[in-house]
Write a protein that binds this ligand. Sequence first.
Ligand SMILES: [Zn+2]
Length: 315
Amino acid sequence: MTVLTEFLPESKYFSLTPLADGVWAALSIPGTGSWSNAGIIDIGDQTIIFDAFATPTAADDLRIAAEKLTGRQATIVLNSHYHLDHVNGDQVFKDVPIISTKLTREQIAIQQPKFIEIFKDNAGLLDQTKVEIEQEKNPEKRQELEDLLGEYSMIIKDTERFKLTLPTITFEDEITLNGARISANFITYGGGHTSSDSFLYLPKEQIIFLADLMHIGYHADIRQGNVDHWLDILKKIKNLKIKKVVSGHGTIGTAKVLDDMIDYLYAIKQISIDWIRSGGTIENVDQIDVPEKYTSYGAPSIFYYNIKSLLEKKK
Ligand SMILES: [Zn+2]
């Protein structure tokens, strides 16, 4: 197999990484309107897009890149979960079948109109974020806000293009896309990060696109999910033969990152238990120090939202 990296299409919204013959990760460049990672898979006679970014503008580039890389238009789009940073670019693929679980489709139908409403003509959101950036002293938190400002600005610029776009095909547990060259399994083991999370597994290539079930170098948001279910899902995924893991936010890793993600979820569970035992309250969780191991992680505010969310759920 030869991978000609010099022929990779360039984009200001993402960078492409070849993973195997016909398989590329499109890693988000933070603050540009892509806001999450995606994938392009040429299964031999079809071109699959795994997740579609936060804005139609970034998704336009993804569509163009897929065409350049595979020599054909995108033929299938997969939605891993309902979060709008992964599916708001779907409208660029209106002419293409979009696949998700039944639950994810239901959630997109509820959440997408709300999301569009929040961002329509919302210049106040940008001003408020700019003020927060000026006041923030912590470099990781400042970076998080600067990236968010970038994502929000791009979303607001794109709101004219927002139209509710729903998956056209739904499945329950697993759907197999049998290509002439690659067989790709789109699978859900239930919900952990949200009420329903799906991932794409290529058994022969031993590559897995995990979307937000995996974060590498970023705090992972547990607020809309269930941390115990998430742990169960990751442990089940560990039974698959895996060489390369593509995260929903962050980079690409080996199977080892599954253990890191499991450790992270156990850590925030333990921190929330210890906090209450030591007399802490929900109101003052911001006094907790992010553990040394995670201080370099992006999106540190998510750490505090997570602890708060675990304590709220215990109430
Ligand atoms: Zn998500």
